[in-house]
Ligand binder design. Structure first.
Ligand code: UD2
Ligand code: MN
Length: 580
């Protein structure tokens, strides 16, 4: 193993011994010399001494003077209209490689500014600078593009008070791209407070972040993805909150940066909070009324059942107390829900600070394989969800077969910390989630007995626009997901694998079935959503006094369920089956 760097050698060696990963390289530079960063100005010490209140806010580096006409400045969209064929090809290539338009990104300053378009009351907040905890910012990366990675680093250095930022720790998770080798080392060599360590094998984001955390010397750990842009003043709210409440894990508001134009799209209106659906997919929601009532001001933190995962601050000691991360999780996915459940169930709070904003580039699609996400989710379910894990398995039968490794240590951790159960979490922290009933024989594939092997199927064109589309009949596949329905005690046929949950409604005019919002808890169920699932297997639509029948060809040419006068026909008999 090789270690490069002067400071903290003994600390590093201890950390290396303590680390769970066999070995890694460390590069860092702590000197003040300048080379190749002419546009960056370090803040001289005498300026500190002469300064007024603003002195504490001095960043590690000042941004270069604003050039409003520069490409993408102030978060403006960049669209090239006059590219040559060769340039167009390069742009396409960059998108195919990174799933982000790095051709555009490369042409935007690494030091650009973003517009402030959020709650103006945030400006009135005061921070207890001299007593705030310091933080180490940990950024794990795998094969990230040059400009998105470096823009993240510079934005941290240029928006974080020197007083509060201990260091930026870059963790290379065994990338194989040339620009992340020597060129990266050279670029950061003369940046104050920036350190680079490299994993010796692909660790995945969980262990890569922990590798960074293991050498961090700040009191608070702040994790960021490697394609972020921090806004002015993003750090103080997070640290202030953790100073007040060390068991709070605090996330900034994640603003959207467009992968194609690098336009800062922001996060209009009130920030959203995190939830999940019964596939254990993370979802966004508006702040519920009970939480609005709990907060005394619009600048107060917002409690969130779950976090997106990439961007948050946590007191280092508290992170260790909570058991850091589940190191059995590989590559990507699941760790955000696991950590969220653990924070709440084991006595912490998970919050979003509406005055802390960080932009994040959401790629066009996943830039690398995320096949381990399923096993990671199963680990989270097995450790934290108690009997509710069945609701996940019912909707994802293949997850039962997934080899998820050993979770004994994580279960012991839960025992040791005396954590609350999942029911407590749902009842108290996420009361807005619709908990399925999943009564025996009343959930699964809804199969027709007349039309052999055809099942109710709902496949809306996109996740954000789920409702209002036609329910169809499709070959039963036994994979849960689009073919998973539940018959509730309120006589609804629910589609509650994804969020928002849908309820089947019959349209008396067309006679076909579509999907609508379910009624809220304690509201009465609309008549057109009520079906009597009778002993003889018929689905009787109470309002129209008709029965649901499997019809060969609907007006769209494919089979579908439709309302017909009730008869004895097998095509009007239905049954729920759990798996094929
Ligand atoms: C979201 C989170 C992400 C993580 C993920 C679930 C945000 C904005 N992003 O997906 O942080 O919680 O959900 O797992 O909340 N990385 C590695 N090694 C790997 C894979 C990824 O170091 O094997 C790095 C990657 O370069 C990036 C970070 O981990 O810095 C997160 O990965 P991502 O950006 O692909 O995840 P994202 O934003 O789609
Ligand atoms: Mn990301």
């Amino acid at each position: 193993m090789a270690i490069y760097g002067r400071r903290n050698r003994s600390k590093l060696i201890i950390c290396v011994l303590g680390a769970f990963i066999a070995g890694y390289l460390i590069f860092h530079k702590d000197t003040q010399s300048d080379s190749g960063h002419a546009s960056l100005r370090e803040v001289p010490a005498e300026e500190h001494r002469n300064a007024d209140d603003g002195f504490y806010k001095k960043p590690v580096y000042e941004k270069p003077p604003l050039d409003v006409n520069a490409l993408g400045e102030m978060g403006r969209a960049v669209k090239f209209t006059d590219l040559s064929n060769e340039e167009k090809r390069k742009e396409e290539e960059s998108i195919n490689k990174h799933q982000i338009n790095t051709y555009v990104s490369d042409k935007i300053s690494l030091h650009r500014r973003m517009p402030e378009i959020w709650n103006p009351l945030c400006r009135t907040l005061k921070y207890d600078y001299l007593n705030l905890p310091t933080t180490s910012v940990v950024i794990a990366f795998y094969n990230e593009a040059w400009s998105t990675l470096l823009r993240t680093v510079h934005s941290v250095l240029e928006t974080s008070p020197d007083l509060l930022l201990t260091e930026v720790i870059l963790v290379d998770d065994y990338s194989d791209r040339d620009h992340l080798k020597e060129p990266l080392e050279i670029h950061i060599a003369n940046l104050r407070k920036v350190r680079l360590i490299r994993a010796r094998k692909r660790e995945g984001l969980v262990r890569a972040r922990l590798l960074g955390a293991s050498i961090a010397t700040g009191e608070v750990l702040t994790f960021l993805d490697c394609h972020c842009e921090c806004h002015q003043g993003w750090l103080e709210p997070l640290l202030q909150r953790i100073k007040e409440e060390p068991s709070a894990v605090v996330c900034p508001v994640i603003d959207v940066i467009d992968w194609n134009t690098f336009q800062y799209l922001g996060n209009p209106g009130e920030p959203q909070i995190g939830g999940f659906d019964w596939r254990l997919v993370f979802t966004w929601h508006t702040v519920p009324e009970h939480e609005q009532k709990r907060r005394s001001s619009s600048t107060d933190v917002i409690r969130s059942p779950t976090m997106a995962g990439g961007l948050f601050s946590v007191n280092k000691n508290y992170f260790h107390y909570l058991g850091t991360y589940d190191t059995g999780m590989e590559v990507w996915g699941g760790e955000n829900l696991e950590f969220s459940f653990r924070i709440w169930q084991c006595g912490g709070t998970l919050e979003i600070h509406p005055c802390s904003h960080v932009g994040h580039v959401f790629p066009k699609k996943a830039p690398y394989s995320r096949s381990k996400a399923l096993a990671n989710s199963v680990r989270a379910a097995e450790v934290w969800m108690d009997e509710y894990k069945e609701m996940y398995y019912h909707r994802n039968p293949h997850a039962r077969l997934e080899a998820y490794g050993d979770v004994t240590e994580r279960r012991k951790l839960r025992m040791r910390l005396g954590c609350k159960n999942f029911k407590w979490f749902l009842d108290n922290i996420y009361p807005d989630i619709q908990v399925p009933e999943d009564r025996p024989g009343m959930f699964g594939m809804l199969k027709n007995t007349g039309m052999a092997n055809y099942c109710f199927d709902y496949n809306p064109p996109d996740d954000n626009n789920m409702l209002g589309h036609r329910v169809i009949l499709y070959q039963c596949h036994g994979m849960g997901q689009n073919q998973f329905f539940e018959y509730s005690t309120l006589q609804e046929i629910r589609y509650n694998t994804r969020k928002p949950a849908g309820c089947v409604v019959a349209d008396p005019v067309s006679s076909f079935l579509t999907m609508h919002h379910c009624s809220k808890p304690r509201e009465s169920v609309p008549e057109d959503q009520k079906f009597l699932f009778r002993e003889d297997g018929t689905l009787y639509h109470v309002q129209t006094q008709l029965c649901v029948q499997a019809v060969d060809r609907t007006d769209t040419g494919s089979p579908g369920p439709a309302l017909r006068p009730c008869s004895d026909s097998a095509s009007q008999k239905w049954l729920f089956e759990e798996r094929k």
